[in-house]
Design a protein around this ligand. Sequence first.
Ligand code: DC
Length: 226
Amino acid sequence: MKPTRPFHQTPVITIDGPTASGKGTVAASVAATLGFHLLDSGALYRLTALASARYNIEPEDGDALAELVAELHITFREGCAQLDGVDVSTEIRAEEIGNRASAIAVHGQVRTALIARQRAFRKPPGLVADGRDMGTVIFPDATLKVFLTASDEARAARRHKQLIQKGFSANMEDLLRDLRERDARDSNRAAAPLKPAVDAKTLDTSGLSIDQAVDQIIGWFNAVPA
Ligand code: DC
């Protein structure tokens, strides 16, 4: 169902949450249903992580990483993420790149360098943006803010399935440990930590299908007064 009400500004739905909470799949489906653009902000951090590994920039070197962001040649085309014109969509999904992305995301300079690239995705008829700080920092005036959660076990099981489907090897115990570590780092960092915006609606997806989560979000969106 497409929105028919006029919005004064291009509408944005932000979907934040911890790793493997279902954000990516749910955000893509909400965007497709509404005919909105999609921002997978985690992909930008992952692309930066991949480039930093290629150029041998240490994850601790915030200044060098921020300079790298300014020079990155990134494009998103038909669901594919490209770095310097080469499709790296599969490579950036590797766990080691996700962990490196989480490590470089602690630097305020890196986050600041990525702000303009993220806000540029806000174009008519609307945007669905998923990440950690979409509702708190990047789009504080979003039309609807959603915070997705799910139990650690449900998230580890989802990540396991995703990785196996993409041809990576994965072990449940390692995944559970990695995702807890990643949550702790994403939530405890000083710069834009993972947390629900004060005006976010929380949705626990542990026992929900993708369609149920999507329907709930579209229902909330359609109920927002224009
Ligand atoms: O959503 P993801 O797993 O693709 O994100 C990878 C890492 O990037 C995540 O662990 C933390 C970082 N990230 C972030 O700090 N802020 C965002 N808006 C998105 C991702």
